[in-house]
Design a protein around this ligand. Structure first.
Ligand code: SAM
Length: 282
C-alpha cells in the first residue's frame, strides 16, 4: 500500500491486481476460481476477524497475489500457505522468500501433516469450485483449529449457517454446525474482487466445538443419518430413512425420538442428534 492513499481507492486496487497479472503476461485463471480481493478495507476486516495473536500458526489456502497474506503477516501470523497456481506461487515466493509456501492442490492434502499440533487458525478467500470439500476436510481436523475465517459464495455461506425454518437449512448446515459454531460475519459485493464474480460472497467464521455435536456418535454415523434424512426432501423422514436403515428400524427410531410424521428440515440440531443416535445404535 502506498503512503499517499492512492491505493485505498477500489478502482486503483483493482487496476493493481490486473496489472500484477499483466506483468505475468496472463489473466485470472477461472479453472482455479481466481477472484482477487481488491479493497483494503475488506482485506483488513477479514484478517481482523481471524483474531491472530503474534506467532499464531495460521493457514492460508490460495494466497494468489498475496494481499490477504500480507495483512495476516502484519498481524504476526506464523503463516503456512498452499497455492495450486505455480506462477502465482513463484511470484509470491520471490516477494516473500521466507514464507512457508507449498505448491499443491489443497483438496488432496493431509492437514495433520501440513498443520501439525494445536492452536491453528485458517483464513482464506477460497476458490469457490472446491470450497466445500476443503471446508469439510478442515472441519475433520476438529479443535486443533481454533478458528476458520473463510470466504464462500453467499448462497453456500447461507446454507452453512442456516437454522431450522430458514430456506437454506439442510444437511450441510447440520454437518457443519455439528463441528463448529458457524456465523456469517461479512458480505461482499462482486465489485470487491478482480475480476468481479457474478454473485455476492460472504465470509464465514467457524469456531470448532471442543467435541463434535453428534450425540456421542462418530462423525461418520451422524453424517450417514443426516444424509439419509435429507436424501428425499419432499418425503417424510420415515420414507427418506427407510432406504438406509430399513422401514422397521427407521420407524422405531423415529417413534422413540421425534415422531414419525416430521420432515428432515423441521428438526433442530438436538433433535437430529437424538434421532441419529437412535438410528445408528438401535
Ligand atoms: N487470496 C487471494 C485473494 O483473496 O485475492 C486469491 C483468492 S482466489 C478466490 C483463490 C485462490 O486459490 C487462487 O490463488 C487460486 O489459484 C487458489 N487455488 C485454487 N484452487 C486451489 C487448490 N485446489 N489448492 C490450492 N489453491 C487453490
Amino acid at each position: 500500500m502506498s503512503d499517499d492513499g492512492w491505493d485505498e481507492r477500489p478502482k486503483a486496487q483493482s487496476h493493481k491486481a490486473a496489472s500484477a497479472l499483466r506483468e505475468l503476461g496472463r489473466g485470472a485463471n477461472r479453472r482455479f476460481g481466481q477472484n482477487f480481493l481488491t479493497q483494503p478495507a475488506f482485506i483488513e476486516r477479514i484478517a481482523d476477524l481471524a483474531e491472530i495473536t503474534p506467532g499464531a500458526p495460521t493457514l492460508e489456502i490460495g494466497p494468489g497475489l498475496g494481499v490477504l497474506t500480507e495483512a495476516l503477516l502484519r498481524r504476526g501470523a506464523a503463516l503456512q500457505v498452499v497455492e495450486i497456481d505455480r506462477e502465482l506461487a513463484a511470484r509470491l515466493q520471490e516477494r516473500l522468500p521466507e514464507l512457508p509456501l507449498l505448491v499443491a492442490d489443497a483438496t488432496t492434502l493431509d492437514w495433520a501433516e501440513v498443520c501439525p499440533g494445536e492452536g491453528w487458525t485458517s483464513c482464506a478467500n477460497l476458490p469457490y469450485n472446491v470450497a466445500t470439500p476443503i471446508l469439510a476436510a478442515l472441519l475433520d481436523e476438529g479443535a486443533r483449529f481454533r478458528r476458520h475465517v473463510l470466504m464462500f459464495q453467499l448462497e453456500v455461506a447461507e446454507r452453512l449457517a442456516a437454522k431450522p425454518g430458514d430456506d437454506a437449512y439442510g444437511g450441510l448446515s447440520l454437518l457443519c454446525q455439528a463441528a463448529a459454531d458457524v456465523r456469517i460475519v461479512l458480505e461482499l459485493p462482486p465489485g470487491a474482487f478482480h475480476p468481479p464474480p457474478k454473485i455476492w460472497s460472504a465470509v464465514v467464521r467457524l469456531d470448532p466445538h471442543p467435541t463434535p455435536r453428534t450425540g456421542g456418535l462418530p462423525m461418520e454415523g451422524f453424517r450417514r443419518a443426516v444424509r439419509a434424512g435429507f436424501s428425499q426432501r419432499r418425503k417424510t423422514l420415515l420414507n427418506a430413512l427407510t432406504a438406509t436403515y430399513g422401514r422397521e428400524q427407521a420407524g422405531v427410531a423415529l417413534r422413540a425420538t421425534v415422531g414419525e410424521r416430521r420432515r428432515a428440515e423441521e428438526l433442530d440440531h438436538a433433535e437430529w442428534e437424538a434421532l441419529a443416535v437412535a438410528l445408528e445404535r438401535p
